[in-house]
Design a protein around this ligand. Structure first.
Ligand code: S3P
Length: 170
């Protein structure tokens, strides 16, 4: 069994921010699947979607999951919002869901200091109505695949990372 923590959850729930806070506090390395894909494709996610479409991006996510399975251990891995659909997620480590309501997520993204950029880099968040539909479609699946569920809506960062450490550290 791999000793990775796999952070999943909807776009904008704070996976990257949480991962960095966790890595600093608990002294581990953190990698992000979107960053890995962008560096391999030498393009931003937005451009991968524009040039090749979503299906191509999903294939890159699967390649990324296969590489993690063969080559990564003892690492905190933050994942793009759709990464949970790869066919080997459960082989990658302990799956931790950051959970919050759509309204909370939307509010977090749209009131962020760099809100425009945060929304712009996420092709599937370009239309809030569609994003909400996607949230509804995924909500159950996220919970079903998770080993641990963390409610981030009612917690500050310090207690979120403490809860992850307690429940998912292996
Ligand atoms: C996606 C989420 C994005 C990124 C891509 C697709 C999704 O990552 O992987 O735009 O399908 O939910 P974040 O969850 O980091 O925004």
């Amino acid at each position: 069994m791999k000793k990775n923590i796999i952070l999943i959850g909807f776009m904008g729930v704070g996976k990257g921010t949480t991962a960095r806070a966790y890595a600093e506090k608990y002294n581990c390395f953190n990698i992000d699947t979107d960053d890995l894909i962008e560096s391999k494709a030498n393009r931003k996610i937005k451009h991968i979607f524009e040039e090749h479409g979503e299906k191509y991006f999903r294939a890159l996510e699967q390649e990324c999951a296969d590489w993690i399975e063969s080559s990564v251990n003892n690492t905190l891995i933050s994942c793009g919002g759709g990464f949970f659909n790869v066919n080997n997620l459960k082989n990658l480590g302990r799956v931790v869901l950051l959970d919050a309501s759509y309204e909370w997520i939307y509010n977090r993204l749209s009131t962020a200091e760099n809100a425009k950029a945060k929304l712009k880099k996420r092709p599937l968040f370009s239309e809030p109505k569609k994003a909400k539909k996607l949230y509804k479609e995924r909500a159950k699946a996220y919970k079903k695949i998770a080993d641990v569920i963390i409610d981030v809506e009612n917690q500050d960062m310090k207690s979120i990372i403490k809860e992850i450490y307690k429940k998912a550290y292996i």
